[in-house]
Structures are given as structure tokens and as C-alpha cells.
Design a protein around this ligand. Structure first.
Ligand code: ADP
Ligand code: MG
Length: 418
């Protein structure tokens, strides 16, 4: 059933306890922690503006990094409160704790439209343990619960699940923020009955990471295009040489079973026909982690098997062109996982060709294009095409689990629409 959203709420004068994803990248400069990318803060602005307009008193809670239950000065959310204030163009107060007297005092002093950010909720080990007593302490200042942190919704933690249960348990409501609402719409509702043809593009490193998604989407998709290192395990299962490529020998049977299911369901299942490979040469140097550093030499395209001295790093040009053609005819596209090691420009072209085809289908064909997965989003942004698709998930691991069909605890805890 559809979940209640902030749009449905009457919150004038009420204290809204809102979980957000402010897990932003920070860098130390001259002894100060500086935010290097504020995307996650920007993404909460629509929900905040909606709540401010409705006259709510918004208490924000979030985690930053992995302080493991200790106060780590470098993981304070204080710099986030400063940045949020700049972006929002109105005062944002900050308290150096997330529970206790200081929080209650600040919360009671709030006026309609005020914003208060609490300190890193993971300074308490009870957060990740979803401790009931801790959830009750957090909930002390909450009259209404809102979750806009889709990226943390796959974890049943106190601030993502426990507080919602406390609030609804005493007759209050728990609603999705606008960002969460969009994630549920595009990764959920839109894929329930997709406009056809529905083309699914899957890549990334491992079959084991993506098998549940493949399995579920086989029941919905018209075409599934497989790229990335994942493709090499399929090759291996067919007895084709994979050289030094990343493979998962234990998942060959899984790969074959997926292909068999595709044939039964008459899903067009496409594997790469050519590969960009390189010959890794040990430089004799070690990286920061003490692992040997390899130099990739003799970058070239091979068809069929991969030579014994070579490692596959991307789909080849023939595969990319073939995939692009299928994508250009799509009405719905779901893409999870890059087609190669796009971080290195020599292996990015296959991913970029696919990215341009996705944009083409969106612009010229009116297709809905949905991108899930942290690295896929990075790849699209790197190609400068991030704003040309219908939807890019902010979820990372949460979007993958949601696409697998899992019930996310942070979503399950929200109130249903009446
Ligand atoms: P997402 O985050 O979008 O779900 P994944 O995390 O599954 O994607 O996979 C992305 C990673 O897979 C990237 O870091 C990329 O470099 C790597 N990758 C893709 N293809 C290859 C390949 N052929 N060899 C090695 N690594 C690869
Ligand atoms: Mg990833």
C-alpha cells in the first residue's frame, strides 16, 4: 500500500522528527572539517521547504561516518548545520547531542518553521543496535516522524525504524519525505507495470551482488543486458576463456540458472560479444594498503575468449553498439552497475556509449530511465549526463535491496495512506 508522505500532513506547530541522509564526504583542511560534496544536503531542501511552509518545527537527525558509538570530533554534523543554513537561507540551530536535556530544551524553545539539527546519532552504539530505550529517548521530542533517508532505510536502526514505531505506537504518524517518496515511486511503482519494451541493464563487479536483482527482474523485463565484470562469470560457465579477469567460479551454476530462466520466460538475455582487455604488469611497487600495484598495458579489444595473460575491463565497441540499439527502442529502462571499470578513462567508453543511448531513449523516445546503484550514478555524472535521465537513485545499497524486492525496515515502519 502507498505510504503517507509529508504532503498529506497537517503539522502546523508540531515537532517533526525527521531522519535525513547527511552522510556527506568531508576533508580536513587546516584542522577544520570541510564538506567536499553537498548533494545529500541539497536533496533534502524540497522536503524541508514543504515542512517549513506548513509551519512545522523540524528536528533533523542523521549519521555521519562510522564513529562506532564514540564521540569522534571529525564526524560531527556541526559543519553540516552551517552548510544547510547557507543553502536554506534561514537559521539552522545545532545541538551537540541527539538525546537528553540539551535536546529537549532546544526542541521546546522552537517556533513554527524553525530548523534544529541534532548531533551524529551514531555517537551512540544503541543507534545501530536499534535499542528500544534509545529509540524512546530520541522520540521524546517527536510528535510526528518523517523519513527522508532512503539510503539508510535498509537498516533497522533506532533513528530509521525504532523512532517511527514509537511515534506510531502512541497514535502519531510516520511519513515519507519527498526524496523517499520519489525513490519509492521510481524504484517501486514505476517498475510494477512498466511501459514496454522494458530494458534492464546490469553490470558491476559481481554476479553474487546482483543475482537477486537479475532473478526478480527476469519476471518483468523484455530484455536484460549484462556487462561489467559480472559477464565473465557467465563466460566461464560456458567454458569460454576468461584469462585473468575477475570471476566467481562458485557462481557459474547460478549464472546458468539465470540464463535458463530467461529462456523459459522468453526474456531477451544479452551477454557481451567483445571485451576491452589489458595485460597487467606487476610494477614491483606496493600501494598504501600494502597490495602490489599493477600497470595495465596493451589495452585492446578481443572477441570471444580472453587471452591467458589478459584481464577484461569493459564491454567492447561491438557489444556497446548492440546494447545501444536495444536501449534506444526502450520505453522503460532500469540501469544498475557500470559496463566496465569506468573510473579509468581507457575502460569508460562502453559505459559512456550505453549512457548516451539511455539519454537518447529518454529524450527522443520519451522513455522513463531509472538509474540505481552508487557507482552507476557516479558513472553517469562523470559522463556529464546525470541530469538527462528520468531518475537517479540516492540509495546505493538500499536501492539494490529494494530492487531485489526486499521490504526495507525504514519503509515498512511508515504509516500507510488512509
Ligand atoms: P553500483 O554501485 O552501481 O551498484 P557495483 O558496485 O556493482 O555498481 O559495481 C561498480 C564497480 O564495478 C566499479 O567500481 C567498476 O570499476 C567495477 N567494474 C565493472 N566492470 C569491471 C571489470 N570488468 N573489471 C573490474 N571491475 C569492474
Ligand atoms: Mg557500488
Amino acid at each position: 500500500m502507498a505510504k503517507l508522505t509529508v504532503r498529506d500532513l497537517d503539522v502546523r506547530g508540531k515537532r517533526v522528527f525527521m531522519r535525513v541522509d547527511y552522510n556527506v564526504p568531508l576533508e580536513e583542511r587546516d584542522g577544520q572539517m570541510v564538506i567536499t560534496d553537498n548533494t545529500r544536503i541539497v536533496e533534502t531542501l524540497p522536503t524541508l521547504k514543504c515542512l517549513i511552509e506548513k509551519g512545522a518545527r523540524v528536528i533533523l537527525t542523521a549519521h555521519l561516518g562510522r564513529p562506532k558509538g564514540k564521540r569522534e570530533a571529525t564526524m560531527s554534523l556541526q559543519p553540516v548545520s552551517v552548510r544547510l543554513q547557507e543553502l536554506l537561507g534561514r537559521p539552522v540551530s545545532f545541538v551537540g547531542d541527539c538525546i537528553g536535556e540539551s535536546v529537549e530544551k532546544a526542541a521546546m524553545a522552537m517556533k513554527d518553521g524553525d530548523i534544529l539539527l541534532l548531533e551524529n546519532v551514531r555517537y551512540y552504539a544503541e543507534e545501530e543496535a536499534n535499542d528500544a530505550g534509545f529509540a524512546a529517548k530520541l522520540a521524546k521530542v517527536a510528535e510526528v516522524y518523517v523519513n527522508d533517508a532512503f539510503g539508510a532505510a535498509h537498516r533497522a536502526h533506532a533513528s530509521t525504524e525504532g523512532v517511527a514505531r514509537v511515534v506510531t505506537g502512541r497514535g502519531g504518524v510516520a511519513a515519507a519525505g519527498l526524496l523517499m517518496e520519489r525513490e519509492l515511486k521510481f524504484l517501486g511503482d514505476e517498475l510494477e507495470n512498466p511501459a514496454r519494451p522494458f530494458v534492464v541493464i546490469l553490470g558491476g563487479a559481481k554476479v553474487s551482488d546482483k543475482i537477486k536483482v537479475i532473478d526478480r527482474l527476469l519476471e518483468k523485463a523484455d530484455s536484460i543486458l549484462i556487462g561489467g565484470a559480472m559477464a565473465y562469470t557467465f563466460k566461464l560457465a560456458h567454458g569460454i576463456a576468461t584469462g585473468k579477469s575477475l570471476v566467481e567460479p562458485d557462481f557459474q551454476a547460478t549464472a546458468l540458472a539465470a540464463e535458463k530462466k530467461a529462456a523459459q520466460l522468453k526474456v531477451d538475455f544479452q551477454l557481451p560479444t567483445d571485451t576491452v582487455v589489458a595485460t597487467p604488469v606487476d610494477t614491483g611497487k606496493l600501494n598504501k594498503k600494502g597490495k602490489p600495484v599493477f600497470e595495465m598495458t596493451q589495452v585492446r579489444v578481443v572477441k570471444g575468449g580472453i587471452p591467458a595473460d589478459a584481464e577484461g575491463f569493459s564491454i567492447g565497441p561491438e557489444t556497446a553498439a548492440h546494447f545501444a540499439k536495444i536501449i534506444q527502442g526502450a520505453k522503460t529502462i532500469l540501469w544498475n552497475g557500470p559496463m566496465g571499470m569506468f573510473e579509468d578513462a581507457r575502460f569508460a567508453e562502453g559505459t559512456n556509449v550505453v549512457a548516451r543511448a539511455v539519454v537518447d531513449a529518454t529524450v527522443k523516445n520519451g522513455a522513463k530511465s531509472i538509474i540505481g546503484g552508487g557507482d552507476s550514478v557516479k558513472a553517469l555524472n562523470k559522463a556529464g549526463l546525470g541530469d538527462k535521465v528520468t531518475f537517479m537513485s540516492t540509495g546505493g545499497g538500499a536501492s539494490l535491496e529494494f530492487l531485489e524486492g526486499a521490504v526495507l525496515p525504514g519503509v515498512a515502519a511508515l504509516s500507510d495512506k488512509r
